[in-house]
Design a protein around this ligand. Structure first.
Ligand code: ADP
Length: 270
């Protein structure tokens, strides 16, 4: 039986990234066919839960996806939400900030797109870029980093206090796996367009990124907004694990369909 807790960063506990193995495949039960069947079942269950979430109109769900280039953020969105009604899910992607965004505080563009009642929003990158890429490149100083950790915790508490269920996943791939995936991008004519030379510059900063991620896990995993470290060298294991975490979290909400209008029993549609 897979223990989801082992992937969760316990609030207040200091963790080291090296205690997780990016190649861990515990979430994947067997052959590729088994995985595909299991993932299809989980995706169908997620669709049921999303329907319930929408109908109940009480909770809001925010899934944050963070990870290095090629770690599989897009793949998770595509496969885990494969069967979920597109009406109930929204994706917000965060790239290099625009001038309009840079003229404001870094949470401005984020707060605008948080989920409303009954909605699931997936953050494809997030406000965490503002304590990762900008830190690794020394665009902000350490004092500002620490200030931002506090601000992020307060911001997420505000969302949680207002009914937002927050799940944060760090897709943890190894440097060797990233090498394979970047090479595959270069070699495949249909994927080559995704390759940017700038990705290699970020790759050179791998160790700094890992240390910044470790700090993020230690400073911002809260009971109301926990981080999960998702071993992501195996795509199927990654997808299965995130599906299970989402389903487990949504099932704990004990959601119920609203009561229908009274006196519907005798109604006949003519
Ligand atoms: P992806 O690489 O996720 O497929 P993009 O090609 O749009 O998507 O790249 C997003 C880029 O934007 C990444 O390199 C990321 O580090 C950068 N980025 C995101 N947020 C910020 C930020 N706040 N400051 C600077 N760069 C950012």
């Amino acid at each position: 039986m897979l223990k989801l807790k082992t992937y969760c960063v316990k609030p207040g506990k200091k963790v080291k990234l090296k205690d997780w193995n990016p190649a861990d495949k515990s979430a994947s039960p067997g052959t590729g066919a088994d995985d595909a069947r299991e993932l299809a079942e989980l995706a169908a269950r997620l669709d049921e839960l999303q329907d319930l979430l929408y109908a109940e109109h009480k909770h809001k769900v925010l899934l944050v996806l963070q990870g290095m280039d090629t770690s599989g953020k897009d793949g998770v969105i595509r496969h885990v939400f494969d069967k979920v009604d597109p009406l109930g899910v929204r994706v917000a992607s965060f790239g290099v900030p625009t001038k309009e965004e840079l003229d404001r505080d870094y949470l401005w563009r984020v707060h605008k797109v948080v989920p409303g009642k009954g909605e699931i929003v997936i953050f494809n990158r997030s406000h965490y870029e503002d304590v990762l890429v900008v830190r690794v490149h020394d665009w902000i100083d350490e004092k500002e980093v620490q200030r931002r950790f506090k601000q992020i915790n307060a911001f997420e508490k505000l969302l949680a206090d207002n009914g937002t269920i927050i799940i944060k996943c760090f897709l943890y791939i190894s440097k060797a796996e990233q090498k394979r995936r970047l090479q595959a991008r270069l070699d495949d004519p249909t994927k080559r367009w995704k390759f940017r030379l700038g990705d290699l510059e970020e790759r050179k900063l791998w160790d700094r990124y890992m240390s910044a991620y470790q700090d993020v896990l230690n400073q911002t995993s809260m009971s109301y907004a926990p981080w999960y470290v998702i071993p992501a060298d195996s795509k199927s294991s990654r997808n299965l694990l995130i599906s299970r975490i989402l389903i487990d979290t949504l099932e704990r909400l004990k959601m119920k369909y609203p009561e229908p209008e009274e006196n519907l029993d005798g109604v006949v549609i003519k």
